[in-house]
Design a protein around this ligand. Structure first.
Ligand SMILES: Cc1ncc(COP(=O)(O)O)c(C=O)c1O
Length: 330
């Protein structure tokens, strides 16, 4: 791989080695590593018709000694198993996930870029029954594989411009917590229109009167030693980055509130001279928000720039991920 992968669009360059295991209806096979493009699924595959598919997203980071370490992979495995359960897919055992994730890192370590780049891992679980008549039945068979993608920055470098969607939810109240491709697909029309009509970078969903999350990240309000974020419900994804940032903020003795955040709260926070807002996620890490678009009105957030609290938390999390300092996450 000679190109500078960190300049390629996020997630568009892939490692050649794909760890995979299959469930035959009774038991999981052992882990194998196969060439990326040697895996084929037929057009009648259950997941392609009935969306019996979920995934995860985590990163391997280069450490000072040159090794590559995954960040809080145990949390991704637990969330992955929860998604599988809710989609009535075979739930992969923890030890098998650990083995496949580790193989994805070790076999693709040579293409892992140095910081600020990293190796993005995409564990994927799909229902593989060849049956287009099984709309009302779960797939008995499944495949579990981990794609590795060397990546650079995910977010643009400018402060983000976010359209607040107050009418249409991203997904259903019970499936937001699942990392299922169907959720992303449902939000695509709105996101595309937000880009076209408003030049927005993302959409913040707030259809139930309070904000939930954006299309691919959680949402935080910050202000000099104060962090506020929506309390977790089944309507949105429980981000591991969100959890990590909250732990870091608490360790700094910041006031951390997990509570309902209404549109009025958003407007009031944006009007604070030191008010900050940010998106958090594995890919994004923590990206500052400069402007909101609420009911057709452009609202500047604080100074309109990525603020000092956002920058400080982002830098702290990155230094932990890169093994430059340690922190005991619970
Ligand atoms: C819809 C959605 N919400 C939140 C997040 C943040 O989750 P995490 O911090 O675990 O990456 C993601 C993924 O990045 C996401 O796709």
């Amino acid at each position: 791989m000679t190109q500078d992968v960190t300049q390629a669009p996020f997630g568009s360059v892939f490692g050649e080695h794909l760890p995979i295991a299959r469930f035959d209806g009774q038991r999981w096979s052992s882990a194998q590593v196969v060439p990326l493009n040697s895996v084929h699924f037929g057009p009648q595959t259950h997941a392609l018709h009935y969306a019996s598919a979920c995934f995860e997203g985590l990163k391997g980071h280069r450490q000072p000694d040159g090794s590559v370490a995954m960040f809080r992979a145990d949390k991704n495995i637990t969330r992955f198993q929860g998604s599988a359960e809710r989609l009535v897919l075979p739930v992969p055992p923890t030890a098998l996930c650990e083995e496949l994730f580790s193989l994805a890192v070790s076999r693709n370590a040579d293409i892992t870029p140095a910081a600020p780049g990293s190796l993005y891992l995409r564990p994927t679980l799909i229902g593989t029954d060849p049956n287009v008549g099984a709309a009302g039945r779960p797939s008995k068979t499944a495949a579990l594989y981990v794609i590795a993608s060397p990546v650079g920055e995910y977010l643009p470098s400018h402060p983000l411009r976010i359209l607040v969607e107050t009418q249409v939810p991203r997904t259903t109240p019970q499936f937001g917590v699942v990392k299922a491709g169907a959720n992303y697909c449902m939000a695509l029309g709105l996101l595309t229109r937000a880009r076209q009509d408003w030049n927005a970078d993302q959409v913040l969903f707030a259809a139930a009167g309070a904000i939930e999350e954006t299309g691919a990240a959680n949402f935080l309000l910050l202000d000099e030693g104060h962090l506020v974020t929506p309390a977790q419900t089944d309507a949105f994804l429980h981000g591991i980055t969100r959890d990590s940032l909250l732990q870091l903020a608490r360790a700094r003795q910041w006031t951390v509130e997990e509570r309902e955040v209404t549109i009025d709260d958003l407007r009031a926070w944006a009007a604070r001279p030191t008010g900050e807002m940010a998106l958090s996620g594995t890919a994004a890490i923590l990206g500052g928000v400069g402007e909101l678009i609420i009911d057709g009105e452009v609202v500047r957030v604080g100074t309109g720039q990525t603020g000092p609290s956002t920058k400080a938390l982002r830098a702290e999390l990155q230094s932990i991920q890169r093994g430059e300092r340690s922190f005991e996450f619970r």
